[in-house]
Write a protein that binds this ligand. Structure first.
Ligand code: NAD
Length: 367
């Protein structure tokens, strides 16, 4: 298979982790005889420094003309500490999602058994949790009208949804549920928000086309509580942009660390794959970032954009084997981790690549 992949490292640890994600894709291409052609583009703070724009035209053109994108993260302390700066890294991210029509963000939350002890939640509550989030990505307060009035003393961000925006993501969630445990939980705040009442109406309407899938509704405050209390009760969760932003970070604790969670943003064109974490200023340049979320994002890319299930499984198995062998980056290490098994970013990537070779060779012997 011949495919064009753009690597979009972004800022901070984005660069460090996508280096490892790319190496994994190169290894898969070599072992399975695919031709992946790579290109690199800039976004975020780096792009602002170079061009004055968080998403330069050149980047957008490359993104619109490739088969898949492996993205790192954007963000720089300069902007976090000064909200008055008008040109900001995250504008690049929001514009990219809009321009590429990436309206659905998929976040699989599945705990590797080896990390049961690393989570802040009790193992007996966590074991067996397997949730697939669908977060709407191009509507809601992030894209509604925003501004200030009364000489800057009043600020507003309009929470807005249109019927078609809810419909298309609801369909994606129900379709995914059909391949899983056939349950969809729709999360909203329909007791107080009009946009949530529209959300609920539309999800109910769409659900009629999927009579084999059970639908339940939860208010976002209750869902936040149940995610920690009984994570196994969820299968597919579908929710808006703001609620999804918060709930998926909360759910990252189920997986033990932000450094473990991958995500896919899809629409009607090219797919974008990225870790759920940000640019992590506190550990940038130290070489200790966990690259597994980027590596698992590469696995999602192979599966969703290219339909390469066997290749994707090989990457996931390799991550599992690496963890089984006791290797950890600092963020997922615990008191039982042996000192010599704590790896830096590059060592973790190299270890996974070694495991991919083993996993694939074993499969070949079996055949
Ligand atoms: P963050 O996700 O960058 O980091 C939160 C905490 O998790 C930090 O302590 C960090 O060290 C740790 N962490 C995150 N990823 C890790 C990894 N791979 N390995 C080990 N530890 C990891 O969130 P933040 O600190 O709130 O934000 C930092 C910057 O990232 C900000 O500028 C923010 O705007 C940006 N951000 C960008 C995105 C994105 O590009 N999609 C998402 C979230 C935050």
């Amino acid at each position: 298979m011949k495919k064009k992949i753009v690597i979009l490292p972004g800022d901070g640890i984005g660069k460090e982790v996508t280096t490892e994600g790319k190496k994994v894709l190169e290894k898969i291409a070599e072992l399975f005889d695919h031709q992946f052609v790579f290109d690199t583009a800039s976004i975020g703070h780096d792009a602002i420094e170079a061009t004055g724009q968080p998403l330069p035209e050149e980047t957008l053109t490359k993104l619109k003309n490739c088969d898949a994108i492996l993205f790192g993260a954007v963000g720089h302390p300069k902007y976090d500490n000064d909200p008055t700066l008008k040109v900001r890294p995250e504008q690049g991210l929001l514009k990219m999602r809009k321009e590429l029509g990436l309206y659905a963000n998929l976040r699989p939350i599945k705990l590797f058994d080896e990390l049961l002890e690393a989570s802040s939640i009790k193992p007996e509550i966590l074991k067996g949790s397997d949730i697939l989030f669908f977060r709407e990505l191009t509507g809601d307060v992030y894209f509604g009208d925003k501004g200030r009035k009364d000489e800057g003393k009043t600020a507003y961000d309009l929470m807005i949804y249109q019927k078609y925006e809810v419909e298309r993501i609801a369909h994606k969630a129900f379709q995914a549920a059909r391949t899983r445990k056939k349950k969809v939980t729709s999360v909203d705040k329909a007791n107080v928000l009009e946009s949530s009442r529209l959300w609920r109406e539309v999800v109910n309407e769409v659900s009629k086309q999927y009579p084999d899938v059970t639908l339940e509704h939860q208010f976002v405050d209750a869902a936040a509580m149940k995610l920690i209390q009984s994570p196994r009760s969820f299968d597919v969760v579908v929710t808006g942009n703001l609620f999804g932003d918060i709930l998926t970070d909360e759910a990252s604790q189920i997986a033990g660390s932000m450094g473990m969670l991958a995500s896919a943003s899809v629409g009607d064109q090219v797919g974008l794959y990225e870790p759920i974490h940000g640019s992590a200023h506190d550990i940038t340049g130290k070489g200790i970032a966990n690259p597994l979320a980027s590596i698992l994002s590469a696995a999602l890319l192979l599966d969703i954009s290219f339909g390469l299930k066997e290749e994707s499984e090989a990457v996931i198995r390799a991550v599992e084997q690496t963890l089984k062998a006791g290797y950890r980056t600092t963020d997922i290490a615990d008191s039982k981790t042996r000192k010599e098994n704590i790896l830096n970013t590059t060592q973790m990537g190299t270890n996974v690549i070694g495991q991919i070779e083993k996993v694939v060779n074993k499969q070949m012997v079996k055949q």
